[in-house]
Ligand binder design. Structure first.
Ligand code: NAP
Length: 316
């Protein structure tokens, strides 16, 4: 069956800005690989790059972005650059974003995301851990993700970021943000989403509440294990495309932004060349989780940061 090519789309955010629905992910990309990957991506047509403080490659992302802007006719406002505040920085977001902007050599980012829904202790490095390897969090009773978000939103008026949002969040916690009167709604949430963890409820809830969802680890993270799933392989054969193309096309067909990471030039090119899937295939892939459910990424916290709705302090 001949595949119908699908171009990258700009999705409208709830604050009027737009976001390209395919981005290059950069987690685990070493500084040199990251520079080359971002440059290859931008030359291939990507306009959206996803990095984070914790990836330790903001300098490489910034160098590639600025070199590309100097060498091309593309303007800064045509690009969408995301970085993330690490939980150990949650109590001082202004210093955190200024440090990220310095590393990126940019005046602003398009999206600044809280990397988790729980704060960590400060002064003990990027991922403070206890003697058993657990990340050292601050009790939500003392400083919750809502408190952090309240500080984060001030960065918009200061011009350091155009939009804000949160990663690794669930429906009750998004609801809490939407219901808290002095908070602006998040423009974006970024979560692990793929055929083994489709998060149908979260995707539907965000759609209904005008919050754009970004799907991270869309190939199942390191080594792309999802690409061996028999249904993904079968659908790929039907359209004559790669399994990666199917997994990523499924993500955009659901209206999510997708963030494939690669430092391999051929894959970077493949991952932006998406197709239109029939509704029946979108639904077939959306039901794979009934046979196989898996969350690939779980940081070692002493509280359940992914599923629980208990780790926020109720409003006083
Ligand atoms: N907010 C968060 O907490 C969070 C957590 C995780 C990820 N993220 C973001 O989401 C991005 C993507 O997630 P991820 O890095 O976990 O994993 P992913 O994109 O699901 O998979 C990356 C792996 O797939 C391989 N790959 C990429 N394209 C391929 C292709 N066409 N064919 C075969 N293999 C392919 C890559 O190898 P090569 O690189 O060797 O090509 C790499 O091993 C991250 O980089 C990051 O930007 C955010």
């Amino acid at each position: 069956m001949p595949a119908k090519h699908k171009s990258v789309e700009l999705l409208k955010l709830n604050n009027g800005f737009s976001i390209p629905n395919v981005a290059l992910g950069t987690w685990k990309a070493s500084p040199d690989d990251c520079y080359n990957a971002v440059m290859t991506a931008l030359k291939t047509g990507y306009r959206h790059i996803d990095t984070a403080r914790i990836y330790r490659n903001e300098v490489s992302v910034g160098r590639a972005v600025n070199d590309f802007l100097r060498q091309s006719d593309v303007k800064r406002e045509d690009l969408f650059i995301t970085t993330k505040i690490s939980p150990y920085e949650f109590q001082d977001p202004e210093n955190a974003i200024l440090a990220s902007l310095e590393r990126l050599q940019l005046d602003y980012v398009d999206l600044y995301l809280m990397h988790h829904c729980v704060a960590e202790v400060t002064g003990e490095g990027i991922t403070p851990r206890d003697e058993n390897g657990y990340r050292k969090h601050i009790s939500p009773e003392v400083f919750s993700y809502v408190d952090a978000y309240r500080l984060l939103q001030k960065l918009i008026n200061k011009g350091y970021t155009r939009s804000i949002g949160i990663c690794n969040i669930n429906v009750p916690k998004i609801q809490r943000l939407l219901e808290t009167k002095d908070l602006i709604p998040p423009a974006v949430v970024q979560c692990e989403i793929h055929p083994y963890l489709p998060q149908h409820e979260l995707v539907e809830f965000c759609k209904a509440n005008n919050v754009v969802v970004e799907a991270y680890s869309p190939l199942g993270s390191t080594g792309a294990p999802l690409l061996h799933d028999p249904v993904i392989v079968e659908v790929a054969q039907k359209y004559g495309v790669t399994p990666a193309c199917v997994a990523l096309s499924w993500a955009v067909a659901r209206g999510t932004v997708v963030l494939p990471k690669s430092t391999t030039a051929e894959r970077i090119k493949d991952n932006i060349s998406l197709i239109e899937l029939d509704d029946s295939d979108v639904s077939l892939i959306g039901n794979i989780y009934k046979r196989m459910t898996k969350r690939y990424l779980e940081s070692k916290w002493k509280i359940n940061v992914y599923e629980s709705d208990a780790d926020f302090r109720p409003p006083t």
